[in-house]
Ligand binder design. Structure first.
Ligand code: COA
Ligand code: MG
Length: 294
């Protein structure tokens, strides 16, 4: 059995999805500078290949450790594949699982119980396996996001949003406009997930930028996500990793400015002026938050 990589997940800037049935992509993932790898057993693997993908990943992780945190995207609760996934994945001791297509908090509770069982059976610390939930892939999940706050869920490390499964679930077309921007419904869903993640005080992870041969577009998109309050972003190709990491890393100028903001409040006044602009407590909190993560 593998050894645990770490008992507490860090803040993930980039999480790269790696189809687990591809030898080439598994090997490639070893040295990548992503903060996290999500080995995928779900929608990048054809149904007939699920057993092969589970076995391949198990064999791969017996002899290899990626620089990045190991996560595994399992199949959803209603797929008929999830128990087999958990039985295979828990002994690999990833930092956690990515759980797609949830309908509501009861899916997290059910999977948490199943994880407890799987952990106990192979002597993994109970509660060790964290969950990143893909929380917007069904209409029910979106409408019920606020219910995720109905009780503490210590395994829950973050929320991810996705548009493609939702648009397919409601019989809609491409969720993007021709210029690549999100149609109204998906902007709304993105915002809802962002608020839910912050309500829960967990990581808020932005969805994929599919045009992986467009680094400028990816950079602008990732910067926008960070500006909006996301803590990280999904990558689908190695070429996106560095771009996303840089977008989610505060620049030297931002750090310097945040230090100046904190210094400006040292006299104990609640409203101050800096470079001709008024700053009050929300500015101070934003600066402290930025500095806490550098
Ligand atoms: N993880 C690890 N390695 C990857 C990779 C990924 N997600 N995507 C590409 N690579 C590797 C390729 O294997 C290739 O390496 P090699 O020459 O040593 O074999 C190299 O990076 C360049 O790949 P490239 O030829 O540009 O891309 P591709 O045509 O092989 O693959 C995709 C394009 C989109 C199919 C591929 O990036 C992919 O599978 N992405 C993840 C899809 C996924 O997981 N979707 C579900 C989550 S949204
Ligand atoms: Mg999906």
């Amino acid at each position: 059995m593998a050894t645990p990589q770490t008992d507490s997940p860090s803040i993930i800037r980039s999480i790269l999805f790696v189809p687990a049935d591809s030898d080439r992509k598994l090997v490639k993932s070893i040295d990548l500078e992503a903060d996290a790898i999500a080995f995928d057993l779900e929608d990048s693997v054809m149904p007939a290949n699920k057993p092969l993908a589970r076995n391949k990943l198990g064999e791969f992780l017996k002899t290899n450790t990626c620089k990045a945190e190991h996560w595994v995207r399992v199949n959803d609760v209603r797929s008929g594949e999830l128990l087999k996934d958990l039985a295979a994945v828990v002994p690999m001791q990833p930092v956690g699982i990515v759980l797609p297509k949830i309908y509501g908090p009861e899916d997290l509770d059910l999977v948490s119980h199943w994880l407890e069982m799987a952990e106990a059976m192979v002597d993994v610390t109970v509660g060790q396996t964290k969950i990143l939930a893909v929380a917007t892939e069904t209409p029910e999940a979106v409408l019920r996001l606020s219910e995720l706050g109905n009780r503490p869920r210590p395994r829950l490390a973050g929320l991810i949003w996705g548009a493609e499964d939702l648009s397919s679930a409601i019989g809609a077309g491409n969720p993007r406009h021709e210029d690549g921007s999100w149609r109204f419904l998906y902007q709304q869903v993105r915002g809802q997930m962002l608020l839910a993640a912050h309500m829960l005080d967990v990581q808020a992870i932005d969805t994929v930028y599919v045009d992986f041969k467009n680094p400028e577009g990816c950079l602008a998109n990732a910067r926008e996500a960070r500006h909006d309050g996301f803590t990280g972003k999904v990558a689908i190709h190695p070429a996106q990793v560095e771009t996303i990491n840089s977008a989610f890393t505060p620049s030297d100028d931002e750090i310097l400015f945040a230090r100046r903001v904190v210094a400006a409040f040292e006299e104990g006044e609640g409203a101050v002026s800096l470079d001709g602009n008024m700053l009050d407590i929300p500015h101070l909190k934003a600066a402290q938050r930025l500095l806490a993560n550098v």
